[in-house]
Design a protein around this ligand. Structure first.
Ligand SMILES: C[S@@+](CC[C@H](N)C(=O)[O-])C[C@H]1O[C@@H](n2cnc3c(N)ncnc32)[C@H](O)[C@@H]1O
Length: 217
């Protein structure tokens, strides 16, 4: 999957036309902010350069900018970036949003103190998952923190178009989401060189895995 994947762009255009508030609701983005903030505050990290991978309409990223972080975001959808940029301008918040591919990050190595993934990693399928992690590893500073939020486990909805062998959602014959088992996702992250401090599974309409990882010193 590369820049040619534009079902996301189509999805954002549809959300905009329907006057929706974004990919996620403000309530979900507030709970993601709380989850990430708890991890950062517990680890005494409350400043620095923060990259949001697949920032979408920017609701989560902007909350970190409002809290003094120097925020950057990358997303494959041009509609998402204009949405996020408008949102940050309306709040006179300084952000650095750009269109790009998380599999080929346009940043120098070791730029960021913190990298957040809010549901982008689970949109990355197959061998690209290794590329996603190796790019995150490259642009993270030594001892920097990576927080991954990813849907996981078996679908709660019996009608969800899920292939239990590949653990992927299948749409029109194409795998579009990966819902691995928590321990397998954690193993992928470790395999790319991160040390995993801890991880937690939250049970909602679908299980949510939150992984707190570090690039070793
Ligand atoms: C499930 S949405 C989550 C959006 C946002 N983080 C949120 O929580 O509202 C996944 C996001 O990842 C972006 N995305 C998917 N594949 C990408 C890629 N290869 N490079 C950059 N962004 C990508 C999509 O455009 C979308 O905004």
């Amino acid at each position: 999957m590369g820049v040619s994947v534009n079902p996301f762009e189509r999805a954002y255009q549809g959300l905009e036309q329907e006057n929706r508030e974004g990919w996620n609701t403000e309530k979900i983005s507030q709970s993601m902010f709380q989850i990430v903030s708890n991890i950062l505050q517990r680890d005494n990290i409350w400043s620095g350069t923060l990259l949001d991978l697949g920032y979408g309409d920017g609701k989560l990223t902007i909350k970190f900018a409002q809290n003094g972080f120097e925020v950057y975001g990358i997303d494959i959808s041009p509609t998402a970036i204009s949405w996020a940029t408008e949102r940050s301008k309306a709040q006179t918040i300084n952000t650095n949003f750009q269109v790009g591919d998380v599999l080929n990050l346009p940043f120098m190595s070791e730029k960021f103190d913190i990298i957040i993934d809010s549901f982008c990693f689970h949109c990355i399928i197959g061998k690209d998952r290794k590329k996603f992690l190796s790019e995150a590893f490259r642009v993270l500073k030594n001892n920097g923190i990576l927080i991954i939020m990813s849907k996981c486990g078996d679908p709660k909805d019996p009608n969800y178009p899920f292939d239990p062998i590949t653990r992927c959602k299948i749409e029109k014959g194409i795998p579009t989401r990966y819902w691995g088992l928590p321990e397998n996702i954690v193993a992928e992250i470790k395999h790319e060189g991160f040390s995993v401090t801890d991880y937690q599974v939250f049970t909602h309409d679908q299980d949510l895995l939150v992984v707190n990882a570090r690039k070793p010193l």
